[in-house]
Design a binder for this molecule. Sequence first.
Ligand SMILES: [Zn+2]
Length: 266
Amino acid sequence: MEESQARKLICEIGKLMYERSYVVSSDGNVSIRLSEDRVLATPTMACKGRMTEDDLAVTDMDGKPISDKRASSELAMHLLIYKMRPEIKAVCHAHPPHGTAFAVAGLAIDKPILSEVILTLGCVPLTDYGTPSTNELTEAMKPFVPHHNALLMANHGAVAYGEDLWQAFDRLETLEHTAKIAILAKALGGAIDLPTEAIEKLVNIREKAGYLKENARCQACGYLHDTNIACDLDVSYPATSGDNGRKISFTREELIELLSQAAKLS
Ligand SMILES: [Zn+2]
């Protein structure tokens, strides 16, 4: 992509992220891979709603500055994604409130509750906490990057990526929208998961249509736990990820049953 066009687009997306409250103050960062060894990124400590095209920084694939502007200190997260996923050309990192609420509650967005989310985004795993701008953060993300197009980072925020910046932004938006719906559904008594057969059909459709490839199936995918769609990938995930802090809830009847069983035993 032409650099001048990329500069314009990053500012446009930055404004959208700010207006939609996906970021406040100087939160978040956006980048575009300009060529094999050049990345255009938002600068350090800049409000995404107020940056100008001249504020953006250019670095090489190791984060070394090529322009006189300093790139965001969280650029390492973007570079990891570019290195692990050659087809990815843009990354959006933000702290959208509903998605980030999942991340601070220790929850992944991996319940099969919306058919179109299964088709286009897939589940969003939760990666372990890592101090921002250190390799703790990138190490925690590593196992998930090949199989997912968006991640939640514990006690931090969200990152989404795509083959262009609009796709990355759309994925971030879908993540946030899904989290919001899940939270609202909880207030109405809780979301109901799609049945296993429906999930299998959706996964088959998305692979046939090319929305997501087979590498989007994986053990961390909450959708696949009860389906017959096995993941062939032999990847070991951190034991705490995904299930980290997941809550188990009981109905009143189940709770009474459990308590009476416990009373009988004692
Ligand atoms: Zn951040």
